[in-house]
Design a protein around this ligand. Sequence first.
Ligand code: SF4
Length: 405
Amino acid sequence: MSDDGQKPSGITRRELLRATGIGAAAGLLLPVGGRAARAAPPAEAPLPQVPRRRLGKTGRDVPILLMGGSMRFDPRFDPKLAEALRFGVNYFDTADCYAGGTSETAIGNFLERTKKRGEVWITTKSDKWDPKGMVETLEVSLRKLKTDHVDLLFLHGLDDGKALTPQVAETAERLKKEGRIKAFGFSCHDGNVAELLTQAAGLPWIDAIMFRYNFRQYGNKELNAAIDAAAKADIGLIAMKTQGSESGIADAWRKFEKTGKWNKFQSVLKAVWADPRIAAAVSQMDSLEKLKENAAAAMDRQQLGAAEHESVRRYAAATRGLACDGCEQLCNPAVDAPVRIGATMRFLMYHDAYGRPDEALRRFRELPAEAQRLQGVDFAAAGRACPYGVDVVAQMERARRLFCG
Ligand code: SF4
């Protein structure tokens, strides 16, 4: 349901209530015979399911909405995972490092308790990119996930194409033969996403890629050409960070939340799904409400209308200077210190837009010590170097106060 309480049209009220269980969950009261009575439990009919698309050369279908695991789940039994499965969102995306390493453990506990491993696609990631480190990380992941294989293994946060070596290819093939992984690829979110997609298009052993892609980048010709090349090579493409959340000035987007028939979060997801090159979008659905909203948006086959597209476009234009694309190769060299502006901005986004201050601080502290020294650094030239008008000086000052205090 949208933030203004309006149901997304295209799904009837009855279908939405049945699909999302919102009525039952909210203890919806309906008048009967002049008295209020609790609504009847949902009908036995199967719930509408999130549509599926083929994930490139993996040859398997996945839901277009994926359950992001970069958050703290209940380690015993997390109802969000159970609820996701009810809607056919049976793809759980995790990583060795997510939520301080607890995400995999919680998913493993959930699957053991529910005995649903056979129904769930698990993707995990390795922060180590070399063959030995990758295998060692996978072994730990398999233990935590309580399974003998994952459906997809990514090199996590790849930002250097040189890591895609023949030795990594051989290792991935061996892991597949051993049955410990079904498919292999990488995730990437830094400034060289287009470069990495283009490189991967020439590597037949890359099955899937999860990459940063949001509504502010639709007109980016270089990125579009790279997505074309990867899609033509039949690489399964997954969009992440679709909300393109900006750091700092939250009020800037609030006025767009009630524009059109979908809320902002639903609109930008639907804009991604409108691209047939993208198989799915991963979303950190940290509440049952968000999960139900996103599932409702996915299940409604109606495309965004002109008004919604215009709303997304205006939102993109109004917030362009607030959003960082992580292309720090453009602004870092302008600063006379080994800082990581794009990465620091990403952690500000975790803090501001995702509401994960602990993770933001932890990730910042994982940067090299010299990259954490923001005090006394002059960021003015970096602001001038940013093609999007991000106020680097103000944002780095905020980062210094938040992370270096
Ligand atoms: S501040 Fe600008 S140039 Fe630097 S990483 Fe962000 S968007 Fe790119």
